[in-house]
Design a binder for this molecule. Structure first.
Ligand code: 0O2
Length: 232
């Protein structure tokens, strides 16, 4: 994964990336277990899909420069909290809060910061929930508490953010006013679509409950027949 022939200058970067990669690997196992359990044991899985990434040195340096800092390993350790990034995409906002509740019950998920851009969207319309955790990575030299950013989004929020990310990188901060206004308009549409789809899910859930009641009621009346047939 990391070239054995690298220069001494790059070794601190390698060590920084390695520890973040280890944290991501461990959390990936935990989330896979949760996902598999939901998929196999429960009849509803709040997780749609999950993405994992460790920022490359060039990306870290670019971000440091963007926030006006020297692109050094020391600054990366102190100021960049999304070197290890995990993105959990759910169907509904309610699923997001449900997963956070589940994860917060795990002892090694020490939540250090929560930025709820779902309740308080950014000015450009960006919605997502960022949870920063400090995860203990066990190395031969001892335990290394490592920051990991977990971003939670609905499918709709993720769609908007992915397209906006592309446009943002094309224009940097200088997207024309018209583009900014259009993006904000799309964010608003996406928000109401999310709400509407969630209401639809609730309607379906209610129908299923009343359907199940009706089914169990009719099963109650059918039972003697079923029973009778069995005996025959
Ligand atoms: P990349 O390529 O996705 O890694 P944080 O402190 O991290 O919880 P904050 O204050 O927004 O949140 O920090 P920052 O560093 O600006 O954003 C962290 C990450 O959140 C970004 O990483 C994006 O992934 C995502 N993000 C934040 N704001 C926006 C936004 O307005 N639009 C989109 N599309 N994504 C956003 P990077 O390093 O910018 O990019």
């Amino acid at each position: 994964m990391f070239d054995a022939l690298m220069t001494d200058e790059m070794k601190p970067w390698r060590d920084l990336l390695l520890v973040h990669q280890f944290a991501v690997d461990e959390i990936r196992t935990k989330l896979t277990i949760l996902d598999e359990e939901y998929r196999n044991v429960h009849d509803y899985n709040p997780i749609e899909h999950i993405k994992y990434r460790v920022k490359k040195p060039a990306g870290i340096m670019e971000k440091l420069q963007r926030i006006g800092l020297e692109p050094t390993v020391e600054n990366a350790k102190k100021h960049i909290f999304d070197i290890a990034g995990i993105r959990i995409v759910c169907a509904f906002t309610a699923d997001i809060y449900c997963i956070i509740e589940l994860l917060s019950r795990q002892k090694d998920f020490a939540i250090v910061e929560v930025k709820d851009y779902i309740k308080n969207p950014k000015e450009n319309g960006y919605k997502s929930l960022h949870v920063h955790i400090e995860y203990p990575v066990f190395l031969s030299s001892g335990v290394k508490p490592t920051r990991v950013e977990i971003q939670f989004r609905t499918i709709a929020m993720d769609f908007w953010a992915s397209v906006e990310h592309k446009i943002y990188y094309k224009y940097r901060e200088h997207a024309p006013k018209l583009v900014q206004a259009e993006l904000k308009g799309c964010a608003d549409m996406i928000s109401s679509l999310d709400d509407r789809m969630y209401r639809l899910k609730q309607i379906i859930d209610e129908l299923e409950v009343s359907g199940a009641e009706a089914a169990s009621n009719s099963a109650f009346y059918r039972e003697p027949n079923d029973h009778y047939e069995e005996e025959v």
